[in-house]
Write a protein that binds this ligand. Structure first.
Ligand SMILES: Cc1cc2nc3c(=O)[nH]c(=O)nc-3n(C[C@H](O)[C@H](O)[C@H](O)COP(=O)(O)OP(=O)(O)OC[C@H]3O[C@@H](n4cnc5c(N)ncnc54)[C@H](O)[C@@H]3O)c2cc1C
Length: 415
């Protein structure tokens, strides 16, 4: 049995690190157990947007119809590998069931709370510490090729305005004045002030190093195999490196969280949503402001140290195969919106698994079965953005028994 800690976090992604940060600030002793190396999961090659204005859940009214229409036209960035997977089928049915106005309103209110909370906590984090990660508050442009889509965004924006996250419409010439790399065939753009950006792999490294200096213990190549549970309390965890004991445990294993469902007697309805990115040397005269290419669902993120195209959503299980067709779609999509659109050389082609829930809300809270276990997963497309809010929420629940924002919408009890 390895030495005791106050808290053991299973999973060394951005969510695990954020939980560790706030706990360490409260002088709690923390050990992270990671099956590979810290930041090797979805937190490595994502698009790096702190997308605070993304209050509308993915499962909005009409989302399924819209996706079917795009699939028929061959323009969808969503791919579902045909197979008999009961969990996936149930997940998809539940997702469709959540595409209602009622869920959109309730989901948006809950997302707004945690997005705003995360925004203010990121501001504090970056003002307190030097975390070298190309962080910038330049906003983000949503680019539209199609005039109808550009005008139609007014409806979505009116909804966002209710939350103080409204964007500014820019005609083609205005948009090109602000961002000269935009293709001349663009219909227009919407400028979102509250979408900031950073380089996620650099943030993970810098944050990990800061926390290690503050006392974090990191166990890498240390896969959790099972929990030792006595009368509804976790006593210790078994890993391929041995057994570790703690008072409290946090499960932050992202898309892999359902692996532990049976042992924990829990339902963790998370599906892996596979995405791709290509990281390149930043091209000369590339866009300076991140761009979201609306019709293609592709994000282009420029940093001082590089340039990334990312996107696609594939439900194909736990495969980490790099599908060259999807990578090529990122490149051909970007060409239609930006000049230059790619850099040379390519530094990394990557795929990662987003932990997707069917109501597009994260799962944050105490396990209904084990008194000393907290779950922090299901952050879908927003894990980086929601990291600080999640970490602080989990820390407050553990240390104070109460939190600064209402945790009820994120509780496991909703399933
Ligand atoms: C292409 C793409 C683009 C994205 N862009 C953005 C964006 O711009 N902004 C944003 O906010 N979000 C974005 N996301 C989503 C974001 O990357 C994820 O929501 C976030 O990284 C999830 O963090 P996590 O810590 O929960 O999971 P992960 O980073 O996946 O971490 C989980 C960790 O748990 C470990 N683990 C699993 N099982 C075990 C075990 N049994 N024992 C020990 N360790 C284990 C894994 O190895 C992994 O390191 C994007 C995702 C993708 C794929």
């Amino acid at each position: 049995m390895k030495s005791n800690n106050d808290v053991i976090i299973i999973g060394g992604g951005i969510i695990g690190l954020a939980c560790a940060h706030y706990l360490i600030e409260k002088n709690v002793s923390v050990r992270i157990i990671e099956q590979d190396v810290i930041g090797s999961g979805a937190s490595h090659g994502n698009c790096g947007l702190l997308y605070f204005s993304d209050v509308i859940p993915l499962c909005e009214p009409g989302a399924v119809r819209h996706e079917i229409y795009k699939t028929i036209r061959g323009t969808s960035s969503l791919y579902i590998k045909p197979r008999l997977d009961i969990n996936l089928i149930l997940w998809l049915l539940k997702f469709a069931g959540h595409c209602t106005q009622t869920h959109m309103n309730a989901g948006a209110a809950a997302k707004n709370e945690i997005l705003r909370y995360s925004l203010s906590l990121f501001d504090t984090l970056f003002s307190q510490y030097t975390l070298d990660c190309d962080f910038e508050k330049k906003g983000t442009l949503i680019l539209f090729k199609n005039k109808k889509h550009f005008k139609g965004y007014h409806t979505k924006n009116a909804f966002l305005e209710k939350y103080g996250f409204g964007a500014t419409p820019l005609g083609r010439d205005e948009a090109r004045k602000l961002e000269p790399a935009i293709h001349e065939e663009m219909a227009g753009a919407w400028y979102h002030k509250f979408i900031w950006h950073l380089r996620p792999d650099m943030l993970v490294d810098a944050w990990k190093n800061l926390l290690i200096k503050k006392g974090l213990i990191v166990e890498e190549k240390c896969k959790l195999t099972n929990f030792h549970i006595v009368q509804g309390k976790i006593k210790s965890v078994n890993t391929i490196k041995g057994q570790y004991k703690a008072d409290t445990f946090i499960l932050a294993t992202g898309a892999w969280a359902p692996d532990m469902e049976k042992q924990l007697n829990l339902k963790i309805p998370v599906q892996p949503g596979k995405g791709y990115s290509i990281t390149m040397e930043r091209p000369d005269q590339s866009c300076d402001i991140p761009c979201y290419l609306y019709e293609k669902n592709i994000v282009v993120t420029p940093w001082k140290t590089g340039y990334r195209l990312g996107g696609t959503m594939e439900f194909s299980g736990f495969s980490d195969t790099l599908n060259k067709k999807r990578l090529a779609r990122l490149i051909s999509g970007a060409k239609q919106y930006l000049i230059p659109s790619t850099g040379d050389p390519v530094i990394e082609e990557w795929t990662g698994l987003r932990p997707m829930t069917h109501d597009d809300l994260p799962i944050i809270g105490r396990s209904p079965e084990q008194d000393n276990l907290f779950i922090a997963t299901g952050h879908g497309m927003l894990g980086l953005t929601l990291a600080t809010g999640t970490g602080k929420l989990v820390c407050d629940m553990i240390c104070n028994g109460k939190a600064q924002i209402d945790p009820a919408p994120f509780s496991m009890n909703r399933f």
